[in-house]
Design a protein around this ligand. Structure first.
Ligand code: COA
Length: 327
């Protein structure tokens, strides 16, 4: 388990911009039902998912990332050349090398930043935040871009009843900079971890294969891990459930989100969810949910937010932050 909790007076990393991109094509459950024996009612009741977005050939991992990043950078009010680090979390970039982060950095005009990919499944955004926070606090970059991006439609077997309806495509991005603990946007605490004894829960073994998932075991582990890491992250910064304005869980499926919120003790009125129209977008899911909630005016400057995710590996990650003031 890895934690970063700065001592009092130490510099903090602060979110100053957020952006998202959803592919143009909206895929309703009716399309999924063309290839699996199921029903709209079953899919909605088991997962809460009604539609998801699937990328076209042009909506590559890099293209979606550039779109989301452009919005986050505009939000932040900085020039792309100021970015000193680009961290991309994804499980659906198919080149072994180079990382897609260098291509994205080049396309957005970021100059010559540190740029690298990380693979931590659906918990990848929390890992990205943790690394960005480390780079900023340690002083190697003043501005860092963290992207979560997926084209999970490429990895989905449309004839598999267990997974065909679950996954979607998209990208979300945040810009962080150095700041103070009491400034809106401060990432107060992060907590990431893994348990390799659960590596068989969700796998894609190579480019030619698809998701293989032990659905019920994933469900049980996701609920326990997401809830427990969220509770730990809150305890680390001295928050009780009453202090929290918003819980933003990995948008795995609605039943998992409801069970986690219930276990943590944060009611559904304070839980952000967009899984009904986005599906499960793995590493993109939390930044995409944040950008949608911000655009809708739900997240306000200074709101106390808890993030939590669980993914293949098994990996998990949680963070506490206050929401930035974005003009
Ligand atoms: C995928 C999931 C919805 C499946 O639900 P489940 O209750 O575990 O489903 P099971 O595989 O045990 O099957 C239960 C029944 O539903 C049926 N079923 C399975 N898939 C079905 C489908 N797509 N449509 C209709 N029926 C289906 C099964 O045949 C079985 O029927 P039976 O009871 O008559 O034998 C559930 O396991 C889940 O949410 N897992 C977590 C998935 C997830 O979020 N993954 C990403 C995490 S990062």
């Amino acid at each position: 388990m890895s934690k970063i909790k700065p001592s009092k007076g130490a510099p903090y990393a602060r979110i100053i911009g957020v952006g998202g991109y959803r592919p143009t094509r909206v895929v309703p459950n009716e399309v999924i039902l063309e290839t699996i024996d199921s029903s709209d009612e079953w899919i909605r009741s088991r997962s809460g998912i009604a539609t998801r977005h699937w990328a076209s050939d042009e909506e590559t991992v890099a293209m979606m990332s550039v779109e989301a990043s452009g919005k986050a950078i505009a939000d932040a009010g900085i020039a792309p050349e100021q970015i000193g680090g680009v961290i991309v979390s994804t499980v659906s970039h198919f080149k072994q090398t180079p990382a897609v982060a260098t291509d994205i950095a080049h396309r957005i005009g970021a100059g010559k930043p540190a740029a690298f990919d990380i693979s931590a499944g659906c918990a990848g955004f929390g890992y990205g935040l943790t690394l960005a926070k480390g780079m900023i606090v340690e002083g190697s970059a003043e501005y860092v871009l963290v992207i979560g991006v997926e084209r999970l439609s490429d990895l989905t077997d449309l004839s598999d009843r267990a997974t065909a309806f679950l996954f979607g495509d998209g990208a979300g991005a945040v810009v962080l900079r150095r700041g103070e603990q009491d400034e809106p946007g401060a990432v107060l605490g992060v907590s990431i971890g893994s348990d390799g004894s659960q590596e068989d829960l969700i796998t894609v073994v190579d480019r030619q294969s698809h998701f293989s998932m032990q659905g019920q075991a994933v469900y049980r582990q996701a609920v326990v891990s997401m809830a427990d890491s969220a509770s730990r992250a809150m305890a680390d910064v001295g928050w009780t459930v009453d202090d929290v304005d918003w819980f933003v869980g990995h948008q795995a499926n609605q039943r998992i989100l409801d069970a986690v919120a219930n276990r943590v003790g944060i009611g559904p009125d304070r839980a952000i969810s967009n899984v009904a129209h986005v599906g499960n977008t793995a590493a993109a899911s939390i930044p995409l949910a944040l950008s949608e909630a911000a655009s809708a005016g739900r997240l306000r400057a200074g709101d106390r937010v808890v993030l939590s995710a669980f993914g293949g590996g098994a990996t998990w990650g949680a963070a506490t932050l206050t929401w930035p003031r974005i003009d």
